[in-house]
Design a protein around this ligand. Structure first.
Ligand code: ATP
Length: 513
């Protein structure tokens, strides 16, 4: 008692200033020591009783958890949170969370103020604010959730820390699985696209696109089925490859005229197989052997790796080194060499052919991915690039046949009845006369108003609904008027788009077009 009195005496009475200062230092030191001791005791308590899981923004579980958190009603009671139409996601880019991709009321007919003029309403999400600990009740446990920036200097990588008092980590496993399920359910109709960032040699999430149904791609009969079956077979053959010591990789080279559906097919396959797409443009600024190798080594095991416009890399000036085999045969590549070289020097692109080949199948190359490469000029490709093992399946995309013209017409104009023709029933195709084509069902045959989701059906009401017979007849007339193998499917699509509400007139006027 006497000691406390003497400690507090500088606050009350007159005494020696040096003594008083010393006493204040002792008081301050004691208080600070007590504070630190309590913090470390609390941390010790947390460490010994709480299980803590860390989720880095660089990995998928972070996205699952952020998506799950954005849906928690507990935010209604929270006193600090971020409200966003976007959320900080992969690699520090501001992106929408998966849950926010759709407008909340996009199907409602009464358009709100934000959706006037065709604009989409944006759903807002509530997510944990940075550096604040939130407590959420989940299945009988209190979760302590903290979102922090891991590399403060770069300010780019966030981390989520979830602590819970529990005997074992079952509750955290359940949480992650539930978040994953919800995320995947919401992402079910979407394909995630990642783009190569040559500056940092990493992948950046570029958005999630609606899946494109395979039925909307009109290719010659059998082509889609062949590629789809091949991809499925590959994805399920990991053990088979391992047993034989063959690298578990498969390459598809889609070549042919522009606007013939190469990119669309890849997009559609990704949706069908439930894979994300990782896109590399070899001619992008700053692309080098190292960057490409790092990028290729960092794709997840199950994904589609897309090398777009493979030939563009040559015409933009992939530098060729002594050790590379073969040369591009195109005169274009020769004639553009000097200008491409200048450009190459100015944009810092130092990709060599051997670097590209190494990244495709060198030791560091990822396994399990489906490599798709597209080109409009197969003749410009180095033979080493397209040899089996690198490109196992080649598919040539040509200008539209009459069969495709008929199919694309049917895709565009939905028929009144939902009943798709029975399998094997004549589709009205067979313009080219070959047996498999005559037997094949048009992709458009499966597309009818009744097959569309309710929301889309409402929006499609201004398109006149014709009977299946009439659509078939119009499609046939349309195909008859289209010259075989002269126009791209994209140009047919352009014409149909301009006439999307006038199916009959569109056919009447096609000859004049
Ligand atoms: N076979 C097809 N079936 C359905 N739509 C097609 C087809 N071919 C092209 N299209 C349409 O044309 C447009 C361009 O197609 P896409 O980008 O897939 O062609 P591409 O062959 O990849 O062209 P490029 O070589 O110029 O990149 C898309 O909007 C797509 O819907």
């Amino acid at each position: 008692m006497q000691a406390i009195k003497s400690l507090l005496s500088p606050l009350s009475g007159n005494s020696n200033p040096i003594q008083d200062t010393l006493k204040l230092v002792v008081i301050g030191g004691t208080v600070e020591t007590a504070r630190r001791a309590s913090v470390s005791a609390w941390n010790g308590f947390i460490d010994s009783f709480f299980l803590t899981a860390h989720f880095s923004q660089e990995d998928y579980p972070y996205d699952w958890l952020m998506h799950w958190l954005s849906k928690q009603p507990a935010w209604g009671r929270s006193r600090e949170f971020d409200i966003t139409t976007r959320s900080v996601s992969r690699h520090g880019l501001t992106q929408k969370t998966t849950g926010d991709l759709e407008d909340e009321n996009e199907d409602e007919e009464d358009a709100g103020e934000f959706s006037q003029g065709g604009g989409r309403k944006r759903k807002v999400a509530i997510v944990p604010s940075m550096d604040t600990t939130h407590t959420i009740y989940y299945r009988g446990h209190w979760l302590r959730i903290t979102r922090t920036k891991r590399f403060q200097d770069y300010g780019s990588c966030a981390e989520l820390k979830i602590s819970v008092v529990a005997r074992n980590n079952d509750i955290l496993k359940r949480l992650v699985l539930e978040a994953k399920r919800e995320y995947e359910k919401d992402a079910e109709h979407r394909v995630h696209i990642f783009m190569a960032d040559t500056t940092y040699g990493c992948w950046r999430w570029n958005g999630a696109r609606q899946k494109r149904p395979m039925s909307s791609i009109v290719l010659e009969p059998g082509v889609k089925d062949m590629i789809l079956a091949d991809c499925k077979d590959f994805l399920s053959s990991e053990d088979w490859y391992a047993e034989r010591g063959i690298p578990f990789r498969r390459g598809y080279l889609l070549h042919g005229v522009p606007g013939s559906g190469k990119t669309s097919l890849i997009h559609s396959l990704a949706g069908e197989l439930g894979l994300d797409i990782y896109v590399v443009s070899l001619s992008s600024k700053g692309m080098s052997d190292n960057t490409l190798t790092t990028l290729m080594g960092n794709v997840p095991s199950r994904c589609i790796l897309l090398l777009e416009d493979l030939d563009a890399a040559f015409t933009r000036g992939i530098s060729r080194d002594e050790s590379s085999t073969g040369v591009p045969t195109s005169s274009t590549s020769t004639s553009t060499t000097s200008s491409a070289k200048n450009k190459e020097d100015s944009d810092g692109s130092t990709l060599s052919l051997s670097g590209l080949l190494n990244s495709l199948d060198g030791v560091a190359a990822a396994e399990g991915r489906l490599l798709f490469a597209t080109t409009n000029h197969i003749e410009r490709l180095d033979p080493a690039l397209s040899r089996p093992g690198r490109m196992d399946v080649w598919v040539n995309f040509k200008h539209a046949t009459k069969w495709q013209a008929e199919g694309i017409f049917k895709c565009f104009f939905p028929a009144k009845s939902s009943a798709a023709p029975a399998p094997g029933a004549p589709s009205g195709a067979g313009a080219s006369g070959s047996a498999p084509q005559a037997a094949a069902k048009h992709p458009g045959d499966a597309t009818s108003a009744a097959n569309l989701p309710e929301s889309k059906r409402k929006r499609a009401t201004h398109i006149p609904l014709l009977s299946e017979e009439e659509i078939s007849e119009l499609a046939k007339r349309f195909a008859d008027a289209i010259p075989e193998n002269e126009l791209s499917v994209a140009s047919l699509q352009g014409y149909l788009l301009r006439n999307k509400t006038r199916p009959r007139e569109c056919v009447d006027e096609v000859a004049a077009w």
